[in-house]
Design a protein around this ligand. Structure first.
Ligand code: FAD
Ligand code: NAD
Length: 406
């Protein structure tokens, strides 16, 4: 290939880290690199629960792409991908079309709603800066409105979170911190506010270490969170939700339902005709799509089976970042005409989940359990390490999390 055109779709963890890696390793005349993203910023999806609760400002969560990508080396296109046409080696954008020689698909995740009635229309999701910011504003608005109506509507102060996986739990952890502040700000008694988590499995964080799950539930319950486990959210209305538990249907009046019960790959992938497994492209060892030698897939759009469990690896930023190294290496090799590509093997370093800014749980380094202050510090180290990788010390000091005592 002579001066091939490499097109990277999505500036999430996988896409931006692939771009940054290529920008460091590729010579200017070796290839042209184009990065396409909806917005002119990269956001840290792993901080969106904080943005959504209002415990951090959205500007801390997003990073202008020009701050980490060298625009004289990389062609950045701010546009929305509409379709991928792998047989024609083209990408359809809202405002044009791109041709590629090598493609990297990193369009990330979207909420999986499983066809539950009313969710699309009435629930809030935590999936982007825009959706998180809207949720934060909505929470504020309902607290503000509560006192301004002659007839008080308790549904304004009931917050229902569907799903007790990591996203749901991290979000209610933030709410446990934010709601007392909102109560003080808007002269509302904390006891009038209900934060209810509905989880289908018998316990929240299914599959995670039981001792740490118990710790998390105790920590959150002591801060006023209500858990309803073994309960399926069945319907979301504009003014309430219905869940089913033990064969009985229960309705909770609420104007705020947050859907955090699972994710799927960006639906563009499936709609573009790739063979998919659970909506994702099950990649070869070298991260290429099975039917196309010139298409790499990264992050939440890619599916990799864990041979030990027979189940897919979970969609995480940790894996997307690791993949970017191999994808960048392989893209560069192909651009240089090499046919020997590296295989990717995930190296799961652990999982740490926040329970608000002052508590956390985690399993790290050879299954060591951590919780409380130590875990909150570990979580910040993980967050800061990524910033350092992405944009060096400058970005770390600009956006990093350094407050460890409260
Ligand atoms: P994403 O980060 O989803 O980025 C996709 C990018 O593509 C975005 O920039 C988006 O704007 C862009 N895009 C999407 N559609 C289009 C389009 N049509 N056209 C153009 N651009 C488009 N994982 C962890 O490892 N650790 C954690 O602590 C953790 N915490 C999380 C907390 C929350 C609240 C959530 C929601 C997820 C968390 N995750 C965590 C999971 C992690 O965020 C995802 O696995 C990760 O973001 C996937 O990265 P990605 O590169 O595939 O895509
Ligand atoms: P998830 O799939 O991990 O959890 C969804 C939860 O919703 C499950 O517990 C499921 O039982 C429940 N659920 C599904 N349908 C339901 C229904 N109708 N009613 C009630 N409950 C229902 O999804 P997630 O929490 O969004 O996480 C997505 C990915 O992001 C995962 O891979 C996760 O590991 C990762 N993540 C990691 C972290 C972290 O490492 N700190 C934080 C957030 C997310």
């Amino acid at each position: 290939m002579n001066n091939p055109h490499i097109v990277i779709l999505g500036a999430g963890y996988g896409g931006i880290m692939t771009t940054v890696n290529l920008q460091k390793s590729l010579g200017v005349n070796e290839a042209r690199v184009t990065l396409v993203n909806k917005h002119d910023y990269h956001y840290q999806a792993t901080w969106l629960h904080e943005t959504a609760a209002g415990t951090i400002h959205h500007d801390q969560t997003r990073i202008p792409i020009k701050d980490v990508v060298n625009m004289s080396k990389i062609n950045f296109v701010q546009d929305t991908v509409v379709a991928i046409k792998p047989d024609e080696k083209k990408v359809q954008l809202e405002n044009g079309e791109l041709e590629y020689d090598i493609l990297v698909i990193g369009l990330g995740f979207e909420a999986a709603t499983f066809g539950i009635p009313g969710l699309e229309e009435n629930a809030f999701m935590i999936g982007s800066i825009n959706s998180a910011r809207m949720l934060r504003e909505h929470l504020d608005y309902n607290f503000a409105m509560y006192h301004n109506e002659t007839e008080k509507n308790p549904a304004r102060l009931n917050i229902v979170v569907g799903g007790g996986g990591f996203t749901g739990i991290e979000f209610i952890g933030e709410l446990a911190n934010r709601v007392p502040q909102l109560c003080e700000e808007y002269d509302i008694d904390r006891d009038q506010v209900r934060i209810i988590n509905i989880e289908a499995a018998p316990s929240v964080l299914p599959g995670f270490d039981p001792d740490l799950v118990e710790y998390a539930m105790n920590s959150l319950e002591s801060r006023g969170i209500e858990f309803v486990t073994g309960a399926m959210l069945k319907e979301c209305k504009p003014d309430g939700i219905v869940y089913e538990k033990d064969g009985k249907q229960v309705e909770i009046p609420t104007l705020t339902t947050v859907w955090a019960a699972g994710v799927r790959a960006n639906s563009i992938v499936e709609a573009s005709g790739f063979t998919t497994n659970r909506g994702k492209i099950e990649v070869r060892g070298d991260m290429r799509a099975p039917e196309y030698d010139d298409v790499f897939v990264i992050g939440d759009c890619a599916l990799i089976m864990n041979p030990e469990t027979g189940r897919p690896y979970p969609p995480t930023a940790q894996i997307a970042i690791q993949e970017s190294k191999v994808v960048a290496h392989n893209v560069k090799a192909m651009a240089q005409g090499n046919t020997e590509l590296e295989d990717f093997t995930p190296n799961i370093l652990g999982t740490v989940a926040s329970l608000g800014h002052n508590d956390a749980i985690g399993v790290v380094m050879n299954n060591r359990k951590i919780f409380g202050w130590k875990a909150t510090v570990m979580k910040k180290i993980i967050d800061n390490r990524y910033l350092l990788k992405l944009g060096g010390l400058r970005l770390l000091f600009k956006k990093g999390k350094f407050k460890i005592f409260y």
